[in-house]
Design a protein around this ligand. Structure first.
Ligand code: F6P
Length: 317
């Protein structure tokens, strides 16, 4: 049997740990494994290379992806899709394992609809896939943001200022929410909940009146301009307000322990599912890695953790 693996879309810490788990499980099971470089672009251009045990040595702790990645416009065309399928046929691949986020798993489904056996593994710092509790890379990004905010907090406190910290996540507020709870940020602004600037301003003024010298607001990138918000907030409160856009720092770095363990579970399960001849997406539910159908993925509706927001509002005052 032959399996191929690719990483697609935005890289996520833990992709390498997943590639390692897939490769080593394949070899253990007597399955040949090929790495495709450059995501769907590389699939179209048949950039296959056989992986052996040592190909994935010393990568469990590394961010990024040794296979490299891309956001492929060509794969969205009929011609690109045909070429991709052709590459899989030339290399006689029995199953393709795709590591990526929302768009990448939708791409995997296109191949499945054409009769290719595909296993999708959710990798994205955004945690915006509804069918799984967590995507690989998310918890690492939350840790990176939390660490960055502890630095920002020191200088904010020293000056008696406010700081609006912009985080990634596309249309999903999970990075802001989880990092808000773990960093003790006073307020978060997320696309899922309507923003009430007066409420945030009142909280800051009350804090200031109690002698508090810092106010951290985490704003998800899907909520518009952090600079405009900071300007309005400063005008309302009179508190000197700065902006920090964390940007790509959130995508790199060593994966957290949680992400390494998640990656190992997903990589192992992906090979088992491929061996069975299944086409599935893998998710993390009730503390375990689980294989689900693509239909289940499409039907799932993302639920924003309002319970966590309530905790934040109660304890970060
Ligand atoms: O999906 C991951 C992500 O980092 C998002 O949070 C962000 O909006 C986007 O990718 C940035 O994409 P690019 O790397 O193409 O600039």
């Amino acid at each position: 049997m032959r399996v191929a693996i690719l990483t697609s879309g935005g890289d996520a810490p833990g992709m390498n740990a997943t590639i390692r788990a897939v490769t080593r499980t394949c070899i253990f099971e007597g399955i040949e494994v090929y790495g495709i470089s450059g995501g769907y672009e590389g699939l179209i251009d048949a950039k296959f290379e056989k992986l052996v045990q040592s190909s994935v040595a010393d990568i469990i702790q590394r961010g990024g992806t040794i296979l490299s990645t891309s956001r492929s416009d060509r794969f969205m065309t009929e011609e690109g899709l045909e070429k991709a399928i052709n590459s899989l046929k030339i290399f006689e691949i029995d199953a393709l394992i795709v590591l990526g986020g929302d768009g990448s798993l939708k791409g995997a489904n296109k191949l499945r609809e054409r009769g290719i056996n595909v296993i999708g593994i959710p990798c994205s710092i955004d945690n915006d896939l509804a069918y799984t509790d967590f995507t690989i890379g998310f918890m690492t990004a939350v840790e990176t943001v939390t660490e960055a905010i502890s630095h920002i907090r020191d200088t904010t406190e020293a000056h008696g200022r406010a700081n609006v910290v912009e985080v990634m996540g596309r249309e999903c507020g999970d990075i802001a929410l989880y990092a808000g709870v773990s960093s003790g940020a006073e307020s978060i602004i997320v696309p899922e909940i309507e923003t009430n600037i007066n409420e945030i301003a009142e909280k800051a003024i009350m804090g200031k009146n109690r002698g508090k010298r810092h106010h951290i607001i985490i704003m998800a990138e899907g909520c518009g301009s952090t600079f405009d918000f900071a300007k309005d907030f400063q005008e309302l409160t009179g508190i000197d307000t700065r902006v920090t856009v964390l940007g790509y720092i959130q995508r790199g770095g060593a994966p957290s322990i949680f992400d390494r363990i998640l990656a190992s579970q997903f990589g192992y399960l992906a090979v088992k599912e491929a061996k069975e001849g299944n086409s599935r997406v893998l998710g993390f539910k009730e503390g375990r890695a689980k294989a689900m159908t693509f239909e289940e993925m499409f039907e799932a509706k993302k639920v924003f953790r309002e319970d966590l927001l309530d905790i934040l509002k109660t304890v970060s005052i």
